[in-house]
Write a protein that binds this ligand. Structure first.
Ligand code: ZN
Length: 244
């Protein structure tokens, strides 16, 4: 069984389609999405439709939840807030209902716990080794999958509760060792923030007991043009070129 893991698509269908082609080439059996299907990007309806049709498990991100929760939206900065208003107006009832019904976390049948932020705390950012250790100690699962930060991350916690930060760049493969527990973030498909403009995603191969990170180039200019013609904030279009 091979699982493709994607997160933080943010309405960028150009990046999403490129990643789905790569996952098909990689021969994955299922795809899991860790949330933020929409928000910021110019294709919210198309991304909702594609994710609904291609993922076996989808978690709600804070941007997805904010569509129906004024309290979550209240935490947004003005740029995210205006993009969310734009997004809400462009989703049809079916997409909106689907997005609002997504779970805030869920275990996958093969074992990994799938979250947007952290286990039990969907809005928390797991950014440091200490955050990862806290997240791993908050759950008994052998693998925890988190998104939300838009930065790829891999941590290993062994039986002595020591958390090790693992090298996790394009092409890196992490062997899943017995007695160890892992936290992975696949990075962001549609708005990377690790100074790399390429879309990020990961694959877990359960038969070989290994996880790998991958990046795909996509036509950033096509998404930027769609954002500009939609009248979305310019800074959201600009940041895609550098991945910040
Ligand atoms: Zn996000």
């Amino acid at each position: 069984m091979r699982l493709g893991i994607i997160s933080d698509i943010h309405g960028n269908a150009v990046a999403l389609q490129e990643v789905l082609i790569a996952l098909e080439d990689a021969g994955v059996d299922e795809i899991i999405c860790l949330g933020d299907v929409v928000g910021y990007g110019p294709h919210p309806g198309l991304c909702s439709e594609i994710v609904r049709g291609s993922c076996s498990l989808v978690i709600a991100g804070n941007h997805d939840r904010a569509l129906g929760d004024i309290e979550v939206q209240g935490w947004f900065n003005p740029v995210a807030d205006s993009a969310l208003e734009w997004t809400r107006e462009r989703l049809d009832d079916e997409d909106l209902e689907w997005l609002l019904a997504l779970p805030s976390e869920a275990p996958h049948a093969e074992g990994p716990l799938c979250c947007h932020g952290a286990p039990g705390a969907p809005d928390d950012y797991v950014l440091t080794a200490r955050d990862a250790r806290d997240a791993l100690l908050a759950s008994a699962c052998g693998i925890i999958l988190c998104g939300h930060t838009h930065r790829p991350m891999a941590c290993d916690i062994n039986g002595r509760r020591q958390c090790t930060w693992l090298h996790w760049c394009d092409g890196d493969v992490v062997p899943l060792e017995k007695g160890h527990r892992y936290l992975f973030n696949p990075g962001s498909v549609g708005q990377p923030r690790d100074n790399d403009s390429r879309a990020a995603y990961m694959v877990i191969d359960l038969a070989r007991q290994e996880a790998s990170l991958h990046r795909s180039r996509y036509e950033v200019g096509a998404t930027q043009r769609a954002m500009r013609s939609a009248g979305l904030p310019e800074e959201l279009a600009k940041r895609l070129a550098t991945g910040v």
